[in-house]
Each structure stands twice: as structure tokens, then as C-alpha cells.
Design a protein around this ligand. Structure first.
Ligand SMILES: C[S@@+](CC[C@H](N)C(=O)[O-])C[C@H]1O[C@@H](n2cnc3c(N)ncnc32)[C@H](O)[C@@H]1O
Length: 264
């Protein structure tokens, strides 16, 4: 197995229970759909779409939507959500670095906190642009490195196993200069905007305990450090400090970046 095959097998395991977060990320979905100007009859692809929160929201505009994600458990849940809302979205298990769709077959390609987790950003963006028609819109939401989620990923990286050689940090997708460089001359009219997601919690520690049971990488580390209480305490203290900076009025504020551009 190449490092990336193993990396993706691990990613699937890490994300397998992300369905419990769908109502949290679901709140941001309408914002991305509006930002991308999705409209009726457009062919829309959502990549790394998890349980389909963006796809389901986009479909409400009358667009013809396709959803995709790497993790089988989430695709299964997306199909269940699709049945629940009686929508006609097709969901596929698919790696954003190797999309099973024809060239130039979509008017809009979206990703919410998703494609940023592909280990090779150049390949992910090349695939997203390949399946997009010229003049079509690529739009995504990502976590900036300097804000809460950036700190959270940094702490996870410090305590977790080192990534294989060549894997880029997901939060580089939250830096406007790096985004502009990665999209390069393949796009025009790059536009950025910001919004926020909030996670309710009764205290810093209460919010952290939610992450410990829902955020895949942290959950795995907390389990692994059960036999090393000092390490577990240090990890928890660092996360509490990061949450403290953005905790107000019984919620954690998580600002994110949105990017939109047109394929030339
Ligand atoms: C934070 S979740 C976001 C899910 C969804 N977009 C949402 O907003 O709820 C990250 C998602 O990226 C997916 N993912 C990670 N690596 C991927 C890859 N290489 N190709 C496709 N999806 C991937 C995971 O399975 C997971 O569903």
C-alpha cells in the first residue's frame, strides 16, 4: 500500500462517525450555497460532502445535485437523508483526488470543510476544476490557520502521529494567498468572504468534551492516551486554552473563510 492509500484508509476510519456533527455543519450549508449563487437547473457537485448537508441544501433551489464523499458510512447516511427529505440527489463514494465524473460535467463544484482534507491539494483542485465546465463556479468553505479551528488542528498535529511525507496541512486551504496560488490561472474573479459557526456549550470544558466524542482525530487520541494521564491532561489543557480564546456567552465561535471563483 502506498502512504496515501493507507492515509485514506485511516481518514475513512477517522471520519466514520462524523454524522453526529451534521446538524452543526448543516447550519453553514445555506451560506455556501447562496455564496456560490446556486440556482434551479444547474448541475451541482458537492465533494467531501459527508452526510450531504450542502447537497441537500443546494437541491432545495431546484438544482440537479450530485453528492460525494470518501467515507462509506457518511455516504450511507447521506442516502438516508436524501430519502428522508424525498430529494433526488445521487450520492457516490468518491475520493476528491480521483473523481468518477466526466470532464466539464458540472456548472458548480462545492466543498464545505471537505476537500481541504485531501492530502494533495494540487490534485484535489485539479480534479474539482476538471469536472467543472468553463465559466462554471468553484466555491468552498475552509478553516483559516490563525483562528480557532487552525489552533485546534495544530494541537491535534502536535500530539498525533506525524503525517506521511508530502501531506499538506488542511488549514493551508484557509489562507487567501495560498488559495489564490493553488487556483492560479485556471480561474478568474476570485472572491472571499467570511462567516461563523457557533457551537453551544456550558463551559470551555463542556465544549471540549463535545469535540472529544465527535472530532475523529481527537477522539482517537483521547482513547490512545487513556494509559498516559499526564499526556492526556496536557492535551486537554491546550485545547481548553484554544477554546477559551473564542468562548463567549455559552458558545464557541468558529470563523471560517469562503472562496468563490469562475473557471476560465
Ligand atoms: C469536516 S467533514 C465535512 C463534511 C461535510 N462537507 C459537512 O460540511 O458536513 C470532512 C469530510 O471530508 C471527507 N474527506 C476526507 N478526505 C477526503 C477525500 N480524500 N476525498 C473525499 N472526501 C474526503 C470526510 O469523509 C468527511 O466527510
Amino acid at each position: 500500500m502506498s502512504d496515501f492509500t493507507e492515509f485514506k484508509a485511516k481518514a475513512k476510519a477517522v471520519w466514520s462517525d462524523f454524522a453526529s456533527m451534521e446538524n452543526f455543519t448543516g447550519v453553514a450549508a445555506p451560506r455556501l450555497v447562496k455564496f456560490a449563487n446556486v440556482s434551479a437547473q444547474q448541475k451541482v457537485l458537492d465533494v467531501a460532502g459527508g452526510t450531504g448537508v450542502v447537497a441537500l441544501t443546494a437541491a432545495r433551489t431546484g438544482a440537479k445535485v450530485t453528492g460525494s464523499d470518501l467515507t462509506p458510512e457518511l455516504v450511507k447516511r447521506a442516502k438516508e437523508n436524501n430519502e428522508t427529505v424525498n430529494s433526488e440527489i445521487e450520492f457516490y463514494e468518491a475520493d476528491v483526488e480521483d473523481l468518477p465524473f466526466d470532464d466539464e460535467s458540472f456548472d458548480v463544484v462545492l466543498s464545505q470543510f471537505g476537500h481541504m482534507f485531501a492530502p494533495r491539494p494540487d490534485i484535489a483542485v485539479q480534479e474539482m476544476l476538471r469536472v467543472l465546465r468553463p465559466g462554471g463556479t468553484i466555491a468552498f468553505s475552509t478553516w483559516p490557520p490563525e483562528l480557532f479551528m487552525g489552533s485546534f488542528f495544530k494541537i491535534n498535529g502536535k500530539y498525533g502521529p506525524p503525517p506521511p511525507e508530502g501531506v499538506q496541512s488542511p488549514v493551508l486551504w484557509g489562507n487567501v494567498d495560498i488559495i489564490s496560488e493553488r487556483l492560479g490561472s485556471h480561474v478568474s474573479e476570485i472572491t472571499f468572504d467570511r462567516d461563523k459557526l457557533v457551537m453551544p456549550g456550558l463551559s470551555v470544558q463542556h465544549v471540549r468534551s463535545v469535540f472529544e466524542t465527535t472530532a475523529g482525530p481527537l477522539k482517537k487520541m483521547v482513547q490512545a492516551f487513556a494509559s498516559d494521564p499526564e499526556k492526556l491532561t496536557n492535551l486537554r489543557n491546550e485545547i481548553d486554552d484554544a477554546i477559551f480564546n473564542y468562548f463567549e456567552d455559552n458558545f464557541l465561535r468558529m470563523d471560517y473563510l469562503m472562496t468563490r471563483a469562475k473557471k476560465v
